[in-house]
Design a binder for this molecule. Structure first.
Ligand code: ADP
Ligand code: MG
Length: 261
């Protein structure tokens, strides 16, 4: 019998407690989750429920208080290089062009120059940044800056991409465009994605499964399988029954107070 495929990411009975002088905070409790290779999983939940903490565990930037985290079948014991990370703020270096911001990843990882330049050119084409290679961050719109951040995160072809509210600072229209493009890029690259978002619509449009978390201490309330077809047009998806069922259900779980843009 074949061995089961290795999970891209797994968290087993994870808890995270932060001890500060003033108080102890349990950020995550009793979290178990597995993500299959190539899967797109979104995390939604109230502010402060431990979503960013969960991504930091996977990246190895933080150790769980109890439980285990595995990435590509290997126990995470420190910062991992086989991930890409995109944050809400693009955090580009102002004095470097778009291309040289992307190449920063290669410099940090000491990638061979030829490979780095070839990958950069491919990613620039894939993310629609052609013609903006030599622009500086202040010359780029917020959406363009996030494309550069995405290229930088994907340069070393990480098997797992972590995204923490990557489109939270963008206007609604740009956000929709970025969603459409991220979906295409995800299909083209086959990368496993863990996306934290405040938007239920974004989560359901992009993800195979949406993990709904409870208020602190963050636990997993429910995992929803969205079930949209692989080919998805943004406008078409909004009218689909699977989409409306999933967003409605999640809105119910999070409480009517949860606004969605
Ligand atoms: P989310 O991303 O879901 O908004 P976070 O993962 O950032 O939530 O934080 C979860 C909880 O843990 C919050 O209450 C936050 O204040 C707390 N927390 C996060 N990081 C630290 C830290 N380094 N020290 C103390 N408390 C922290
Ligand atoms: Mg956060």
């Amino acid at each position: 019998m074949d061995a089961p495929p290795t999970d891209a990411v797994s968290l087993t009975d994870v808890a995270v407690r932060f001890r500060t002088k003033k108080r102890d905070v349990t950020a995550l409790a009793d979290v178990s989750l597995t993500v299959a290779p190539g899967e797109f999983v979104a995390l939604v939940g109230p502010s402060g429920c431990g979503k960013s903490t969960l991504l930091k565990l996977v990246a190895g930037l933080l150790a769980p208080t109890t439980g285990e985290v595995h990435l590509g079948g290997e126990r995470v014991r420190g910062p991992r290089h086989d991930i890409g990370y995109v944050f809400q703020r693009a955090a580009l270096l102002e004095w470097r062009s778009a291309r040289r911001n992307i190449l920063l990843q290669a410099e940090m990882r000491k990638m061979p120059g030829d490979l780095a330049r070839r990958r950069t050119a491919e990613l620039i084409a894939m993310t629609g940044l052609d013609g903006f290679e030599d622009a500086y961050p202040h010359e780029l719109s917020g959406g363009m800056q996030q494309r550069v951040a995405l290229c930088r995160a994907l340069l070393h072809a990480p098997p797992v991409l972590l995204m923490d509210e990557p489109f939270g600072a963008l206007d609604a229209l740009t956000r929709e465009q970025m969603n459409t493009e991220l979906h295409r890029i995800w299909r083209e690259t086959g990368t496993t994605v863990l996306l934290v978002t405040h938007s239920i619509a974004e989560a359901c449009y992009l993800a195979d499964r949406v993990v709904v978390m409870s208020p602190r201490p963050g636990t997993i309330t429910e995992v929803i399988h969205v079930g949209l077809p692989a080919e998805r047009d943004y406008t078409d998806v909004m009218g689909r029954r699977e989409f409306r069922d999933a967003t409605g259900h999640i809105r119910g779980l999070l409480g009517a107070a949860h606004g969605d843009e």
